[in-house]
Design a protein around this ligand. Structure first.
Ligand SMILES: Nc1ncnc2c1ncn2[C@@H]1O[C@H](COP(=O)(O)OP(=O)(O)OP(=O)(O)O)[C@@H](O)[C@H]1O
Ligand SMILES: [Mg+2]
Length: 157
């Protein structure tokens, strides 16, 4: 259900996808978010936080590489990582994230998961061709395509 291609028309729909995703995750799960600047990675993560029931606010982790949001409902915390300034999986490993007891979301973490975790979800956000590619505006609502693909035993059929 969650894996596959989702057509997302608005920021609210992106948020709701995150809520649905968050409600289906548990400790040990890892998500890797890939998409250009302004694609909606943080908007999706904000929904995830709501779905998981963690303390907000979820923002771009600008001054820290990883921020932990504790659960308000006795569940797993959400660890939100911005790997944009990390150069390798080694540097991600150096953050000493407690993968086993957290839900971990890594923005810009594509290709860094091998060796760190057996299973993860790849979440790729695209702005379809022909849209105002490159134009960034707070008020510009445009469609997105979100493709979610599982890797490893946790997400095998
Ligand atoms: N269909 C849509 N889905 C998600 N966001 C959208 C959509 N249409 C427009 N937007 C806008 O795009 C922006 C997405 O911002 P967001 O911070 O979530 O992106 P990001 O991928 O985290 O960017 P960055 O790479 O800078 O961290 C918001 O301003 C949002 O309102
Ligand atoms: Mg972001």
């Amino acid at each position: 259900m969650i894996q596959g291609v989702h057509a997302i028309a608005t920021p609210d729909e992106m948020h709701e996808l995150g809520v649905a995703l968050g409600a289906s995750l548990r400790a040990g799960d890892v998500l890797v978010l890939t998409g250009p600047l302004g694609a909606g990675k943080t908007t999706l993560t904000r929904g995830l936080g709501e779905g998981l029931g963690v303390r907000g606010p979820v923002t771009s982790p600008t001054f820290v590489l990883a921020r932990t949001h504790p659960s308000l409902v006795g569940g797993a915390p959400l660890v939100h990582v911005d790997a944009y300034r990390l150069n390798s999986a080694v540097e991600l490993d150096d953050l000493d994230i407690d993968f086993a007891h957290s839900v971990v979301v890594v923005e810009w973490g594509a290709g860094m998961m091998d060796g760190l975790t057996d299973s993860w979800l790849d979440v790729v956000i695209e702005r379809p061709e022909g849209s105002n590619a490159g134009e960034l505006g707070e008020d510009l609502v445009e469609p997105r395509t979100v493709t979610i693909t599982g890797h490893g035993s946790r997400w095998a059929a």
